[in-house]
Ligand binder design. Structure first.
Ligand code: HEM
Length: 352
């Protein structure tokens, strides 16, 4: 994102709002990783088994506090961080409403949508616990988390010191569509990966060792049980292959997006995002392959795969947003001042 290096985030009008967006982004990113730790440390049901009702959520083992059991503490820390993200989102929505409603309605609506998403995410988390960490719910939970990060990136683009355009020309319609398609493909790959992960034993008493889709292709990649994409062998292999199919689509679209973007010889931010997306894509494919090639599930490797997936999503989604700059320009159209291709600092008081 390159946000932290902007000296304009430190002072001047709107600096508080900008800092709040960055803190919320960082906390949400951390929340995704802590969610991974919850799953991989078998803590998904740390506050109570499936079907424990309110005693398992929002309470923890029937209490307000988790007690001294490690799994309960880990599960509870995820909830505590999620509550903090919820409060940060509400504060963001209030500040955005007060400072930006006259000039950047899109940004204000995005913060409102963020509040709704956090609430929905909390409820989905509760249902996920209640229904014994059902794979589809685990996947949906991960997908919603990515959408929240995407929304926050959109908000950041609106409030950062150089404004929505950041001095970049934006892409033509074809490139903008490619940006959207690549983001959608990465999101689907992540959700499909979440489903693979959700079929695994972690945290569920009713699961034996490794009955999930992780090794449904054995330790083969890119082959799968002797063929390339042998859909129809078993439902678990299909789950695994669906993740791979979306991965191939993402790889093609992200590569095309990065090449097309770089061929236009863009300014610093777009070039950085394009190069970063390609680098993260390659690293992520390597990590995915290692997860399959190594015949024992390594929690750290799975966590690294989740971390890089999140970074890849953020990078591609931010590039897609950047490419919309030429078209959007809502801030400029609303009369925001121009500071060398940018706009006046967001968050300046506006007339209601
Ligand atoms: C664009 C590339 C990729 C993305 C964005 C991606 C994303 C993800 C995500 C988000 C998860 C869930 C992680 C968790 O919740 O802990 C996952 C799981 C998984 N992915 Fe990928 N992945 C990619 C490429 C690959 C590749 C090339 C392979 C190799 C076959 C692979 C194999 C797996 C496996 C086996 C799991 C299950 C891990 C577990 O047991 O929890 N992934 N992926």
């Amino acid at each position: 994102m390159g946000a932290g290096t902007d000296s304009g985030t430190e002072t001047g009008p709107g600096a508080g709002l900008r800092r709040l967006v960055l803190v919320t982004l960082a906390a949400t990113f951390a929340l995704v990783l802590v969610g991974g730790v919850v799953r991989l440390s078998d803590s998904g049901l740390g506050c109570g088994p499936a079907g424990s009702g309110l005693a398992g959520w929002p309470l923890c083992r029937g209490d307000l506090l988790p007690g001294l059991e490690l799994n309960a503490i880990i599960e509870y820390s995820h909830r505590a961080l999620a509550s903090a993200v919820g409060l940060l989102m509400i504060a963001l929505a209030v500040l955005a409403w007060r400072g930006l409603r006259g000039s950047q309605r899109g940004v204000v609506w995005a913060t409102f949508a963020g509040v709704v998403l956090v609430v929905a995410q909390g409820l989905l988390g509760a249902v996920t616990v209640e229904l014994n960490l059902d794979a589809a719910l685990v996947a949906a939970h991960l997908g919603l988390a990515m959408l929240l990060l995407g929304l926050l990136l959109y908000v950041w683009r609106g409030v950062r010191p150089e404004g929505g355009r950041g001095g970049e020309p934006g892409g033509g319609p074809g490139l903008r569509r490619l940006g959207l398609a690549a983001s959608a493909a990465v999101l689907c790959t992540i959700v499909a990966g979440g489903y693979v992960a959700g079929t695994e034993k972690y945290g569920r008493a009713d699961r034996g060792e490794s009955v999930g889709a992780h090794y449904a292709c054995g330790t083969d990649f890119p082959a799968c049980n002797g063929s390339f994409m042998p859909f129809g062998q078993s439902s678990l292999a299909d789950v695994h292959l669906t993740h791979r199919a979306f991965m191939y689509l993402s790889a093609a679209l992200v590569t095309a997006l990065a090449i097309w973007t770089l061929r236009r010889r863009p300014g610093g931010r777009e070039a950085r995002l394009a190069a970063r997306s390609i680098g993260l894509l390659l690293l992520q494919i390597l990590l995915g392959a290692l997860n399959v090639w190594i015949s024992e599930q390594l929690e750290l490797l799975i966590l690294a795969h989740l971390t890089v997936a999140t970074l890849l999503w953020m990078s591609v989604a931010e590039l897609a947003l950047e490419l919309r700059a030429g078209r959007a320009g809502a801030f400029e159209a609303a009369g925001g001042g121009d500071r060398g291709g940018g706009a006046r600092p967001a968050g300046e008081p506006v007339a209601a």
